[in-house]
Design a protein. Structure first.
Ligand SMILES: Cc1ncc(COP(=O)(O)O)c(C=O)c1O
Length: 374
């Protein structure tokens, strides 16, 4: 298996804890255990025995995840170590050498690298900036064919923050249905909508469907490493079998904390914290973008703590990001990591003061760049 580097993850894991200002994250500022649990539950956590929990996640956690997907039950859910592992086991189970995988781009590039490593061909379908990062139904229809094993979509989308319309979701289901393809819908940003309207899931729209998600983004709990796949019960069982060969079970503490986070009262409190952060911080970012006039283009993100900015300066995105890191100790993500030079992804989920400080440092470099092309 020949594996290409997953550039964004490698850059983030190398630098995110070493720079002064990390604006590369796509979720909201992570919570502490103290913020999450009251004193009684914290004391219970201390008494948690560090066993191997059931390797597809405890029954209670799987039932809580199922509850978020109407009609699903615990046996439809496989808990994984992060959405990343959830995507991994799904692709590993479904994709064979010679298959085609239709990938809606831009996207979190895990599946791009992974399905190629599995010997499949990626057939890209690009969201269009000029239509507010809309999906082109014609392009999708042409991309999906008899060799398509899987259509993979990230909704809400990373990096654009776009959300599929009802019509777009239907197009995807119809295209998959015409050829018996599977759909893998990564919905990890669901619950992090700026307007508080939870994104409609693809769950329930089609039988050959796997929905992945987790607690890292909308819940601000990336360090728990809790994700999941929801799918047909038989398939969930097969994905569980894959876990036996890799990480076995979720961490006992993580499973427990995830059960707490998905309790309706706590879940509502966590998601309202997320909405508050998005509502307070987005205007800071937006004003900063507006001050730069025509040098930036921005389709306002609808979900996720990320803004995907097109820029007019004649400089490569990786070079620009490297300069920002080296000269100002601020980390953002270059469009190159999404196969799209000329873009930058800036995370705005941090503390507002921290966001402002990071943006000021970006200004210090932008002010010295050659003038944008007219
Ligand atoms: C779309 C998407 N899926 C999965 C992941 C990985 O998430 P997790 O931390 O839950 O493994 C990310 C992280 O950025 C992501 O953007």
């Amino acid at each position: 298996m020949k594996l290409e580097p997953f550039e964004m993850e490698r850059m983030q894991s190398t630098w995110e804890n070493r720079v002064a200002h990390n604006l590369s994250e796509s979720g909201v500022h992570p919570m502490t255990v103290e913020e999450l649990l009251g004193p009684e539950e914290r004391a219970e956590l201390m008494r948690e025995r560090l066993v191997y929990v059931q390797s597809n996640g405890t029954e209670e956690l799987r039932a809580a995840v199922a509850h978020l997907h109407p009609g699903a039950r615990a046996e439809n859910v496989t808990v994984a170590n992060g959405t990343a592992e959830a995507n991994f086991i799904a692709a590993w189970r479904l994709v064979e050498p010679g298959d085609e995988v239709v990938l809606v781009l831009p996207n979190y590039m895990q599946l791009w690298g992974l399905v190629r490593a599995l010997g499949a061909t990626v057939v890209p379908v690009r969201l269009r900036e000029e239509t507010g990062w809309g999906l082109d139904a014609g392009e999708l229809g042409r991309a999906v064919g008899s060799r398509t094993r899987l259509i993979a979509v990230c909704n809400p989308n990373n990096p654009t923050g776009a959300i599929l319309s009802d019509a777009e979701r239907k197009e995807i289901v119809a295209a998959a249905g015409r050829h018996g393809a599977w759909i893998l819908a990564d919905e990890v940003y669901r619950g992090a909508e700026r307007d508080g309207q939870e994104t409609a899931s693809l769950w329930g729209a089609y039988d050959r469907l796997l929905v992945t998600g987790g607690l890292s983004k909308a819940y601000g709990l990336p360090g728990l490493r809790v994700g999941w796949v929801v799918g047909p019960a038989g398939m969930a069982g097969e994905l569980w079998a894959r876990k036996d060969y890799i990480t076995i079970s979720p961490g006992a503490l993580s499973d427990r904390l995830a059960r707490a986070a998905l309790r309706p009262d706590l879940r509502a409190r966590i998601l309202s914290r997320t909405r508050r952060i998005l509502a307070e911080n987005y205007p800071v970012l937006e004003r900063w973008v507006q001050r730069r006039g025509d040098s930036f283009r921005l389709v306002p993100p609808r979900a996720g703590a990320i803004a995907y900015l097109g820029y007019a300066w004649p400089v490569n995105s990786t070079e620009l990001v490297t300069r920002l890191r080296e000269e100002q100790s601020v980390l953002i993500v270059p469009g190159d990591h999404f196969g799209m030079d000329g873009f930058l992804r800036i995370g705005f989920g941090n503390e507002p003061g921290e966001l402002r400080a990071g943006l000021e440092r970006i200004d210090a470099v932008l002010d010295r760049l050659p003038a944008p092309a007219a």
